[in-house]
Design a protein around this ligand. Structure first.
Ligand code: CP3
Length: 340
C-alpha cells in the first residue's frame, strides 16, 4: 500500500507534494450540481449514502487528487445532538432551538441520524483507488458550538463568545457534549474505513488568547488524546483557521499530527515557527485559484518553496469557491506535480 498523502501525515516528506482541496466536492463541479438538483438539496445528498459516496469520488475521478474527503457537513453533529437542521437557499444553515434561548438538557439526542454517513464511508472505502487517502472529518467543538449557540452563522461568533463569558459552566457543558459526540462520530468513521481525520476549526480566529486556550486548545487536546488512545495509527489534521500567532501553541499543545494553515499565514514564518517534525497542509488563497495565470503559479510556487524541507500537503487556505474555473484547478495540479 502506498498512499503518499497518508505517509506525509505520518511524518514523511514526499515529492511531488500530495494535494487535495478543501470543499473539493461541491458547486464548482457541474457533476455535483447535477446530482444535487436530482436529489433535491444538500442534506438529501448527505443522507443518501450512494449519492454522497458518488460526490466524494467525483473530484477524484476528474482530477486524481491524492486525498478524498468524505462528503458530509460539520453541522450533522448538532443534528445528532437533537437540534433541527435546515439549509435555507441563499441564507445558509439554521439550527433550532438555538442554545442562547434553550437549554442543552432539553434536546433529545438522535445519534441514529449519523447512520447514513457511516454508510457513505463504507461505500467510498470499497471503491477508492489504492493510492488515494480517505479523509474523514468533523468540526472542532468550538466552531460547532458557535453554530449551536447562535442557531446560524454569526457575525464574529459574538453569541457564542458572549455566552462563554456569561456562563462558562453552561457553555463548557455544550463543548463537552460536542466533544463526546465527535469522539464517537470520528471513531465510527475510522472503523468504517477513513485513513485520517481533519478537525475543521473555522472560527478559531475569533477568540482572545485565554479563551482560545480554554475553548480551542483544551477541547482539541482532549479529543485528540481520546482518539489517539482508541486509534493510535490514525493521523489527525487540525485546521484552526485564523489562529495566526497562536499556531505554534496549538501545534505544541493539542497533540494533532498535522497543521492546516489558512491563506493569511506566511508560509516562511510557519516553516520557521512550527515544530520541525510537524507536517503542514495548505495554504493557497482560494482567490489566487480563481485568478489563474501567473498569479496562481507564483502563489503556488511560494508555498511549495517555503515547505520544501518539511512534510507538506498542498491545499487551499480555505474551501474552494463555487465560481472557481475547472481549468485553473487543472493548472494548479500540473504546477504542484511538476515542481521540485
Ligand atoms: O470539503 C469537502 O468537500 C467535504 C464536505 C464539506 C462540506 N462542508 C460540504 C458542504 C466539509 C468538510 C464542510 C465543512 C464545513 N461546513 C465547515 C468548515 C469548513 C469551512 O468551510 O469553514 C463549515 C463552517 C460548514 C457549515 C456550512 N455548510 C455552511 C456555513 C454552509 C453554507 C455556506 C455554503 O458554503 O454554502 C454549508 C453548506 C455546504 N457544506 C455545502 C457543501 C458542499 C454547500 C451546499 C450546497 O449548496 O450544495
Amino acid at each position: 500500500m502506498n498512499r503518499p498523502l497518508l505517509s506525509v501525515l505520518r511524518g514523511e516528506r514526499r515529492d511531488p507534494t500530495p494535494v487535495w482541496l478543501m470543499r473539493q466536492a461541491g458547486r464548482y463541479l457541474p457533476e455535483y450540481r447535477a446530482l444535487r438538483a436530482e436529489k433535491g438539496g444538500f442534506l438529501e445528498l448527505v443522507n443518501d449514502s450512494a449519492a454522497a459516496a458518488d460526490v466524494t469520488l467525483q473530484p477524484i475521478r476528474r482530477f486524481g487528487f491524492d486525498g478524498a474527503i468524505l462528503f458530509s457537513d460539520i453541522l450533522v453533529i448538532p443534528h445528532a445532538l437533537g437540534q433541527k437542521l435546515e439549509f435555507l437557499a441563499g441564507e445558509g444553515p439554521r439550527l433550532s432551538p438555538a442554545l442562547v434561548d434553550a437549554a442543552l438538557d432539553g434536546l433529545q439526542a438522535a445519534p441514529e441520524r449519523l447512520g447514513p454517513v457511516y454508510g457513505t464511508v463504507r461505500r467510498v472505502a470499497a471503491e477508492l483507488p489504492p493510492e488515494t487517502t480517505f479523509l474523514g472529518f468533523a468540526g472542532s467543538p468550538w466552531t460547532v458550538a458557535t453554530y449551536m449557540a447562535a442557531g446560524e452563522g454569526s457575525r464574529e461568533q459574538a453569541e457564542a463568545r458572549r455566552y462563554a463569558y456569561r456562563d462558562p459552566s453552561a457553555f463548557g457543558a455544550i463543548i463537552a457534549a460536542i466533544e463526546s459526540a465527535t469522539f464517537d462520530y470520528l471513531s465510527k468513521q475510522i472503523e468504517a474505513g477513513v485513513h485520517a481525520v481533519q478537525l475543521f476549526d473555522s472560527w478559531a480566529g475569533s477568540l482572545s488568547p485565554a479563551q482560545y486556550e480554554q475553548w480551542v486548545i483544551a477541547p482539541t487536546a482532549r479529543l485528540a488524546a481520546a482518539l489517539k488512545q482508541r486509534h493510535p495509527d490514525t493521523p489527525i489534521i487540525g485546521f484552526p483557521k485564523g489562529s495566526g500567532g497562536k499556531l505554534p501553541a496549538y501545534a505544541r499543545e493539542t497533540g494533532v499530527n498535522a497543521i492546516g494553515l489558512d491563506e493569511t499565514v506566511d508560509p516562511e514564518w510557519a516553516h520557521a515557527s512550527l515544530p520541525a517534525h510537524i507536517p503542514v497542509q495548505g495554504n493557497l488563497d482560494p482567490l489566487a485559484l480563481i485568478a489563474g495565470g501567473t498569479a496562481l503559479d507564483q502563489a503556488a510556487d511560494r508555498i511549495l518553496d517555503a515547505f520544501r524541507e518539511r512534510p507538506h500537503i498542498f491545499n487551499l487556505g480555505h474551501g474552494i469557491l463555487p465560481d472557481t474555473p475547472i481549468a485553473h484547478v487543472e493548472q494548479l495540479l500540473q504546477r504542484v506535480r511538476s515542481a521540485g
